[in-house]
Structure formats: structure tokens, C-alpha cells
Design a protein around this ligand. Structure first.
Ligand code: GUN
Length: 294
């Protein structure tokens, strides 16, 4: 039976420590960290994610301002709103929840966010810093959360064969870049056009799956002793929430595995808080939060 990587309890521990840290700033007469979250449209999953982020912020003492905009919001209106917060010195972080409605040019929106307030780390300036191994990159929340979890559970990463399934800008690509930093480990990133997925997953010592397809990875596709990180969140017809891997069977073969729910999801939220506090710290002349430095 595998070690269960409990993102829920680790995230709780990080949030408790962040609360103490923010309390200490308030004691010194400093303001609370401020995060703006912009949600456009009615996507039900996005509404849940944004609500989770808002609650987590409130718990630790980050003021989050959630702007819920109608589906028919225009590109110009969104750009104007972002421009307003870019210019407001009291706003530390700006997050635009993705996906955006199809009439919005998402890349232009991402690029409009001040890279120093880009808590998601999606701006090309932060992506470029991560790709070139610069230490001041803001790292996207899901890869950062996974990294923090691997380190917390003392999972060896050096020289391990890492396989990532899913090549998104949000998870797969930045996750790969984290392992390439300091030549930590070789990485294969697979995606929809990978001819023989099994030939990659079978070789993996660390397997990270972020596709959004229940049961994509079955027990016969992994090797004994693998570490499995399941980023998928899929709602089945019977209402159950499952990841992209066959947790029940793989847990008997793996060295460690993340559950869904309670694995990667809470770590993504913890990382958002960490990135926000890190930006706030830098603005006040302090070092970034150590957990955001990879
Ligand atoms: N949609 C799914 N994951 C994310 C994320 O980490 N950040 C944003 N902004 N949108 C998302």
C-alpha cells in the first residue's frame, strides 16, 4: 500500500503558518496583503475554484476582492479593469480565472497583467524567467504545490525519470521546467499526439498526470514503486470526484500517490496564498517566502 501524499493536511499546515506570519505584519502596523480575483462568466467549476480561493484567503488574512463579470464582458472592459489594478500600489496580486469565454483573447489578457502582480505566473516574463532558470520567477500554483509536496514528503527527485502527461501552460509545461531547473531530472512531456503513451508511463519513476480524463492511467501502465501525482479533477455521472488515474489499483503498486480529492487541489490553493504573500513581502523589502523559491 502506497504512501498517501496528503495535500489537504499539508495545505492546512502551510495556511496556519501563513496566518501567523500575516498576523505578525498586522501587529507591526502593516496592511493586509490584497489579491484581486476576476471571474468572467458562469463556468460552474471555475465558480467553485474561485470560492475555494476566496475562503482560503480570508482564513489567512489576505484580503481577496472577487470581481464576477458577466459572460458578455468585452476584451476592452477586462483590459481596463486589469489596468486599474496594475496601477494600484495596494494591490499585490491579480488573478484572472481561466478558461475565459471564447470571444476573449486570453493571451492578451495574461500579458496585460503586471508581471510583478502575476500570482499565477502565466505572464511571458515569468514563464521566460522559469524557462531560463532565474530565481525570481513567479511559479504557477499547481506545479509549485506539487514541488512543495514532493519536498515535504522527502520524495527523491534528483536524476529520477519524470514523465508528465498533459502539456498545458498551467500545469504540464511549467512542471517540466521545474524539473529541468538545475538539471534536477530528465523529463518527458506527453500529450494528445503521443503515439505510445504506455511506453513512456511504464518508464516513469515520477508520473504526473494532468489531462482531465478519468482512468486514463491504469495499473498496467505504471511500474512498481512509482510516485504518482494526479492533477485531474473529474466529476463522474454518479457524482463521485476522481482523478485521471486508477487510484484503487495503482496504490497497491506505487511507492506514493496523491488522492483525489485531497491531493494536488489544496496544494494549488496553498501556493496561490504563498505567491501572494511572497509578492507582498518583496514589496515591503523582505525576502520572498522560502517555499516559493525552487
Ligand atoms: N484554471 C484552472 N487552473 C487555474 C489556475 O491555476 N489559475 C487560473 N487563473 N485559472 C485556472
Amino acid at each position: 500500500m502506497a504512501l498517501i501524499l496528503d495535500g489537504k493536511s499539508l495545505s492546512k499546515k502551510i495556511r496556519e503558518e501563513l496566518k501567523k506570519e500575516i498576523d505578525s505584519y498586522i501587529q507591526k502596523g502593516m496592511r493586509n496583503p490584497n489579491l484581486v480575483v476576476i471571474l468572467v462568466g458562469e463556468d460552474p467549476a471555475s465558480q467553485v475554484y474561485v470560492e475555494n480561493k476566496r475562503k482560503a484567503c480570508r482564513e489567512v488574512g489576505i484580503n481577496s476582492m472577487v470581481f464576477k463579470l458577466p459572460e458578455n464582458t468585452t476584451q476592452v472592459e477586462l483590459l481596463e479593469l486589469i489596468g486599474k489594478f496594475n496601477g494600484d500600489d495596494d494591490i499585490d496580486g491579480i488573478l484572472v480565472q481561466l478558461p475565459l469565454p471564447s470571444h476573449i483573447n486570453t493571451q492578451e489578457i495574461i500579458e496585460a497583467i503586471n508581471p510583478h502582480k502575476d500570482v499565477d505566473g502565466f505572464h511571458p516574463e515569468n514563464v521566460g524567467k522559469l524557462a531560463t532558470g532565474k530565481s525570481d520567477a513567479i511559479i504557477p500554483c499547481t506545479p509549485l504545490g506539487i514541488w512543495i509536496m514532493l519536498k515535504h514528503y522527502k520524495i527523491p527527485t534528483f536524476k529520477r525519470d519524470v514523465v508528465i502527461v498533459g502539456a498545458s501552460n498551467i500545469v504540464g509545461k511549467p512542471m517540466g521546467l521545474l524539473f529541468l531547473k538545475n538539471e534536477e531530472a530528465p523529463v518527458s512531456i506527453c500529450h494528445i499526439n503521443t503515439k505510445d503513451l504506455r511506453s513512456y508511463t511504464k518508464k516513469a519513476e515520477i508520473l504526473i498526470v494532468a489531462v482531465g480524463k478519468p482512468n486514463l492511467i491504469t495499473e498496467d501502465m505504471v511500474k512498481e514503486g512509482v510516485v504518482v501525482i494526479d492533477v485531474g479533477i473529474n466529476r463522474l455521472e454518479d457524482g463521485r470526484l476522481v482523478g485521471d488515474t486508477d487510484f484503487g489499483a495503482i496504490k497497491e503498486k506505487a511507492y506514493a500517490i496523491t488522492p483525489v480529492p485531497g491531493g494536488v487541489g489544496p496544494m494549488t490553493v496553498a501556493s496561490l496564498l504563498l505567491n501572494t504573500v511572497s509578492i507582498y513581502r518583496k514589496k515591503h523589502g523582505f525576502a520572498p517566502h522560502p517555499l516559493t523559491e525552487v
